[in-house]
Write a protein that binds this ligand. Structure first.
Ligand code: 5GP
Length: 192
C-alpha cells in the first residue's frame, strides 16, 4: 500500500536490524487519515469472505482494526493483555511472548464476544515472530470459530512470523512488507 510505505520511509525509524519505531503515526501519535485508508484497504481485500467480527490485540492494533470494522460494518473485539477485574464471566486466556517487551502476557477474551458461528478477521499492527497472531488464533480455535483471514499493517518478512502463518495455510494480507532493515535504511519487498 503506497501511502503506508511512503509514511514508513519518511517517518519510520529503524532502531536496529530488528525493531521499527512508528510511534509518530501508528502507535503513540496516530495518523487518522492513514488509518482510514488502511481500514478501507483491508475491507476491500476481505469483503467477500462473510466476516462477522474483526479481532485485534490492545493497544496498537485498535486504530487500524477499528477502521476496518467500521468499513465492513461489523463489531471489533479487542483482546486484552491482562485479565480485567471486570471480567467476571467465563474467558479464554493463552500465554503469549511479547516481541517488544521480551516478557510473557496472558492474552484474554471474554466468552461473550465469540461464538462457534463467528468468521473472524484478525488485524494487527506488526507481524514479527507471529506469537501474538498465533495467540489470537489459538483462542479462536478454542472457541471453535473460523479464521477467515489475517490483515497485517507492517510485516517484517525477514522474521519468521509470515512463514509460520503461510505454512499453517492462513490467508494473510500485509500492507507493507519489509525485506530487511538497518539504521537509516528500510528495504521493502516490491509490490506486485
Ligand atoms: P510477534 O508476536 O509477531 O513477534 O510481534 C507482534 C507484536 O509485537 C505486534 O503486535 C507489535 O505490537 C509488536 N512488534 C513486533 N515488532 C515490532 C516492531 O518492529 N516495532 C514495534 N513498534 N512493534 C513491534
Amino acid at each position: 500500500m503506497k501511502d503506508l510505505i511512503n509514511k514508513i520511509k519518511t517517518d519510520g525509524i529503524a532502531l536496529n536490524e530488528d525493531v521499527l519505531k512508528v510511534d509518530s503515526f501508528l502507535n503513540h501519535q496516530i495518523d487518522p487519515v492513514l488509518m482510514k485508508n488502511i481500514g478501507d484497504e483491508f475491507a476491500k481485500h476481505f469483503k467477500d469472505l462473510n466476516i462477522t467480527k474483526v479481532f485485534t490485540i490492545e493497544s496498537s492494533g485498535i486504530a487500524p482494526a477499528l477502521m476496518t470494522s467500521l468499513k465492513l460494518n461489523i463489531p471489533l473485539v479487542v483482546l486484552k493483555k491482562q485479565l480485567p477485574n471486570t471480567l467476571i464471566d467465563g474467558y479464554y486466556s493463552v500465554p503469549v511472548k511479547s516481541f517488544t517487551k521480551n516478557s510473557i502476557y496472558n492474552l484474554t477474551l471474554s466468552k461473550k464476544y465469540i461464538s462457534k458461528d463467528d468468521n473472524i478477521l484478525i488485524i494487527d499492527d506488526f507481524l514479527a515472530y507471529g506469537e501474538a497472531t498465533l495467540g489470537v488464533i489459538n483462542i479462536i480455535k478454542e472457541a471453535h470459530a473460523n479464521i477467515a483471514g489475517i490483515g497485517i499493517v507492517i510485516e517484517k518478512s525477514f522474521q519468521p512470523g509470515r512463514k509460520k502463518l503461510d505454512s499453517l495455510g492462513y490467508n494473510v494480507y500485509s500492507l507493507a512488507r519489509i525485506a530487511s532493515m538497518s539504521k537509516n535504511k528500510i528495504n521493502f519487498i516490491k509490490e506486485e
